[in-house]
Write a new protein. Structure first.
Length: 152
């Protein structure tokens, strides 16, 4: 596997984990993404590697979601009382993000967690770079408004 693909592995894993919320399933989907990508690379030359990887991973995550019957609930709240403010901020941000529609959540995750460039995001979503920038700004404004309402 080339160095460029190794660099993308963790980003694809985070993307899959964000979508399916299950570590072992995300690992499986990430592996399957790269296996399919490498199989396609044997048949044709792929220029836009990152775009292609996210497309494959998104399709695999959607397929796994359709097959999923139930979801386990877990309690992932740390016991450290010194971090109460961090936890409350994280919960507030998580609640604000949950209010977004699925596609907006995915855009925010790709842009700010996986650090996908706006140009690549626009290609993935099939819109212009300018339209993607406006959409990101609208989503951020919506999140800021929700957080301010929760504070006051």
């Amino acid at each position: 596997m080339s160095e460029d693909l190794k660099d993308q592995y963790e980003k694809i894993f985070r993307y899959c984990y964000f979508r399916v919320r299950d570590k072992s399933l995300a690992e499986d989907l990430t592996q399957e993404t790269f296996l399919r990508f490498l199989e396609i690379c044997k048949k044709q030359d792929i220029i836009k590697v990152l775009h292609y990887l996210y497309t494959i991973a998104g399709n695999l995550c959607a397929d796994s979601y359709r097959r999923k019957d139930t979801e386990e609930l877990t309690d992932d709240i740390p016991d450290d009382s010194d971090r109460e403010d961090d936890i409350l901020t994280g919960v507030a941000l998580g609640n604000a993000i949950k209010k977004l529609d699925a596609e907006d959540r995915e855009i925010i995750m790709l842009r700010y967690i996986n650090e996908v460039p706006v140009g690549t995001l626009s290609k993935i979503k099939g819109v212009s770079r300018f339209a993607m920038s406006r959409r990101i700004n609208r989503i951020l404004a919506e999140l800021k408004k929700d957080l301010e309402e929760m504070e006051g």
